[in-house]
Design a protein around this ligand. Structure first.
Ligand code: ZZB
Length: 258
């Protein structure tokens, strides 16, 4: 499975927990299958209880992600010696919350790392970039933060890390409009980020439609169908230094009958 790995760069001056990396670029790296949606990023998600690590890449400075992801990356030329890596720092998601980042293509010059409790540790990098206009999971998690003051307080998230960040209309999808995730959240009456079945349903609905019939509303390929420009957008992100390619081994289920 090929993912686009988005480099969400920590803004200078580095926060205390990352001060050991002074002088080097440090990025939270998020795996996505939807590079064409990067125009609509409003924040980064980390799981407060997942353990993350930092390691040094050959070309792109320090990366922060799960150890599982580093184990994959070390066979993909990210580290100095093939198959080897050195952990420079271990850190719990909680300590990464509220850190300010700069991410490629989004109209928001500064976005924040916020808590999401449904992040899977065994998928991608454990860091997720948030596109609430087109990802129902992201919109649901954002609404949870906006609605639930206690949740915000628990993790020390300030109002200015969420309130200015409205979903951005970036794709027009027939039937679902230009804020597909927001629309489906309302239509299916989704209650929270834990509303698993409905979120799965919403995701399936937007995925298919979005991929085949979605049209970009912003950026260099404005007016084009996603399927025609998805690859070009990925290439552009990479050329601009905002992303790299990352492969995840397929999960195979060994089954045997008879
Ligand atoms: C940006 C984006 C924009 C995403 C969108 C989705 C959507 P899939 O399709 O099930 O393989 N993701 C990545 N890693 C994790 C993780 N560890 N835990 C939870 N979610 C994760 O899922 C791939 C997508 O799931 C990725 O693409 C990422 O969110 C998220 F408009 O990145 B995506 C309808 C979905 N729309």
């Amino acid at each position: 499975q090929e993912y686009t790995l988005i480099k969400m760069e920590v803004l200078q001056p580095l926060p205390d927990v990352l001060k050991v990396f002074n002088g080097k670029p440090v990025s939270f790296v998020a795996a996505t299958l939807r590079p064409e949606t990067m125009y609509g990023q409003t924040n980064c998600w980390v799981h407060p209880e997942i353990k993350y690590v930092a390691f040094e890449t050959v070309k792109d400075g320090i990366f922060i992600c799960t150890k599982r992801a580093v184990r994959n990356m070390c066979y993909q030329g990210f580290t100095k010696n093939d198959g080897q890596f050195e952990i420079l720092l271990e850190i719990v998601g909680q300590q990464l919350l509220g850190i300010a980042l700069k991410s490629p293509f989004t109209c928001y010059p500064k976005i924040y790392a916020l808590p999401m409790l449904t992040i899977k540790e065994d998928k991608g990098t454990g860091i997720v970039t948030s596109v609430p206009s087109d990802s129902p999971d992201d919109y649901a998690a954002m609404v949870d933060l906006q609605k639930k003051l206690a949740f915000r307080e628990k993790y020390g998230i300030a109002d200015d890390m969420i309130l200015p960040y409205k979903p951005v209309p970036i794709l027009e999808i027939p039937e679902f409009g230009n804020l597909a995730a927001v629309n489906l959240y309302d239509k299916l009456k989704i209650q929270s980020q834990n509303d698993k079945d409905k979120l799965t349903q919403a995701k399936e609905m937007v995925y298919l439609k979005g991929f085949y019939d979605g049209v970009l509303l912003v950026g260099e390929y404005k007016g084009s169908k996603i399927q025609d420009v998805k690859k070009k957008i990925q290439t552009r992100l990479i050329e601009d230094g905002g992303a790299v390619v990352y492969y995840e081994p397929e999960k195979t289920i060994m089954s045997r009958s008879g």
